[in-house]
Structures are given as structure tokens and as C-alpha cells.
Design a protein around this ligand. Sequence first.
Ligand SMILES: C[S@@+](CC[C@H](N)C(=O)[O-])C[C@H]1O[C@@H](n2cnc3c(N)ncnc32)[C@H](O)[C@@H]1O
Length: 253
Amino acid sequence: MNIAVDERFDIWMTELEARHLAEHTFTEVRKALQSLSSIYVERREKLTAGAALEGAGKRAAFALFYAPLHFCLVQEIVRALGAGSGSERLLDLGCGTGAAGAAWALESGEACRLEGVDRSGWASRETRWNYRALGVRGRSARGDLLRTTLPGKGAGILAAFTVNELSGADRTRFLKKVLAAARRGARVLIVEPIGGRITPWWEEWADAFRAGGGRQNVWRFRVELPELLLRLDRAAGLDHRELAGRSLWLSEG
Ligand SMILES: C[S@@+](CC[C@H](N)C(=O)[O-])C[C@H]1O[C@@H](n2cnc3c(N)ncnc32)[C@H](O)[C@@H]1O
């Protein structure tokens, strides 16, 4: 266990709670969380329209609940893949509030610099705050991942819970971009939730990653959630004591 990272996570959770529960009551966040989870689970077509991060309540629920869960899941995946070393630079595309990229950066050592890109101005500002709170060296910018120049050797590229938000045509363009970056030596990690209905494009991407020497994995991790996440999870009728997800990983090393 990496104590330094775990301590930073605990401090971050305390600061997140103070930040978001100053503006919203627990009950407001719980209700927003239920609405957000129904968008994620049942009405994913609304995602491409950006509905998930509309409204202060849903934003708070995302920042306070889903972002730390994504941090924990990506941290476990990076550890399981042995992906924690070898990247001087990390690019987090569709970074949301920055949590998933920060998890990878904290596994990659002090020298690693992180850049978050998101089309949402709110997400970009929140990412800046989270990088500071987690002690990650990085910056974030508002932008479209399809217009972002992707790095090559020495860099890692992450898209966590993002590819599914793209339209079919954009997803095809994005696949070509990340495969080209991998051929230039970048390491690429894609993370999505489990569920064939939710990600019907997954097999095509998995074939393309395998053809390039990469791998796909389905993961289930039993984690000890912080008290606040447990309380929100229970109150919203959810169960995230086991974190599940799938990944695509392509690395020449
Ligand atoms: C479900 S959130 C995931 C956020 C983060 N990666 C995480 O794991 O917590 C998806 C994010 O992708 C962003 N996004 C969707 N399409 C995008 C695009 N074309 N360019 C940049 N960001 C995009 C959304 O604004 C949103 O913040």
C-alpha cells in the first residue's frame, strides 16, 4: 500500500466534503446522485448532450461521489496493469473533475506532469482545484479531445468514462487518433463501466487494441470506501462496495 497516496486521498476527501457540503445539504446531494445515476445507467443517450453535468446539484454529486470512485477504480487498474511507471507526462482526455488522471499521476511519481482537457469550463476549473488538493503537478484546459494534439513516446493518455459520451463518428475519429499516438510510443488507457448494452462499441475497440499488441480487461475490486461515500451510496440505494470497470491498455514497453 502506498501510504503517501492514501493520505493524500483522505485529505482530499475531507476537503471535497467541506467544499461541496458547504453549498448543498446531504439530502440535496443524495437526490442529485440518484438522478445522475439514472442518467448513467438508464439513459446514456442523454450523455452526449452533456446532461450529466448540468445543474449545480448534479455537479456536486459528480464531484463528491463519482469522481472519488473513478479515482479509486483507476488507481486499482493502474496498479494491476503495472502502468504506474514510465510516463513523464500524462494527458487526461475528458478529464471531468480530474480525479481519474490524478490517480494515475500519483502512481507515476513526483516527476510526472498531468494535463487535463475537458469541454466543460466548470469541469476544467474543478480539475485545477482537485490537482492542488491532491498535490498533483498539472494543469487543465477547456477543449475538445478531438482537437487535442496527442503526444507520443514518454507520455500516457487516459480517457476514463469519456469515450461512451462521444457520438459514433467522433468515436471512430478518436480511435484512429489514439492508435496513431500509440504507434508513436504513447501508452494508452481507456476505462469504461461494465455492461455490453452501455458500450456496444467496446468489442471493436478491443479488437483494434489487441491488433496493436494491447489488451482488454474486466475488473472487480473490493474496496473500503470512505465513510461519506458509503453513506451517500446507501442513502441513494446504490452499492459500490465492489468497484467494477473494464479497460483497454496499449503500451509498447
Ligand atoms: C463521465 S465524465 C468522466 C470524467 C472523468 N474522466 C472521470 O473519470 O471522472 C465524461 C467527461 O467527458 C467530457 N467530454 C465529453 N466529450 C468530450 C469532448 N469531445 N472533448 C472533451 N471533453 C469531453 C465531459 O464534459 C465530461 O466531463
